[in-house]
Design a protein around this ligand. Structure first.
Ligand code: THU
Length: 158
């Protein structure tokens, strides 16, 4: 029998000012996208912004529906839009911000499992690490790869 440990690395920023200009721009895009959230049921508004390898930014927000499973999280809205509009262009970063009633959680709201799985697949097909930036009021967390938010990823592409 062997015990193993999985190490997860991430950087904590106390303000977007500590980040690179490119990451800061992505954070601002996610915050702008949060305003487009349609969440009349949960009243939890989430915005996301995907950075493509060509520098382009694709925003998304959570879109709810009276038939609840028909709604979609902000992260997948953004990633699927990026995949649909710019097929074959790697998604190299995603920033996410969420909070009740258009506010910001004190600590970052973390992506659901389904969104992490979708991130893993776009990272895989893009062929380069996708960083994940999670925005809270007090702290911003940056993971350099989806591997750090979803270890032991399922993929049938191997
Ligand atoms: N939500 C997201 O947009 N992203 C996540 O990673 C978790 C949850 C949305 C789904 C739903 O519209 C609302 O937040 C409350 O769960």
């Amino acid at each position: 029998m062997t015990g193993r440990k999985v190490e997860i690395n991430y950087t904590v920023y106390s303000s977007p000012d500590e980040m690179t200009a490119s990451d800061r721009e992505l954070v601002e895009a996610a915050m702008k996208a949060q305003k487009t959230s349609y969440a009349p049921y949960s009243r939890f508004n989430v915005g996301a912004a995907v950075r493509l390898e060509d520098g382009r930014i694709v925003p998304g927000s959570n879109q709810e529906n009276a038939a609840s499973p028909s709604g979609l999280c902000a992260e997948r809205t953004a990633m699927f839009a990026a995949g649909a509009h710019y097929p074959g262009v790697a998604q190299v970063s995603i920033a996410v911000v969420g909070g009740p009633e258009q506010t910001l959680c004190t600590f970052p709201a973390t992506p659901c499992g389904a969104c992490r799985q979708v991130m893993a697949q776009y990272q895989k097909i893009g062929g380069k690490p996708m960083s994940v930036i999670l925005i809270g009021k007090k702290e911003i967390w940056k993971f350099d790869s989806v591997d750090d938010v979803l270890p032991f990823t399922f993929t049938s592409l191997d």
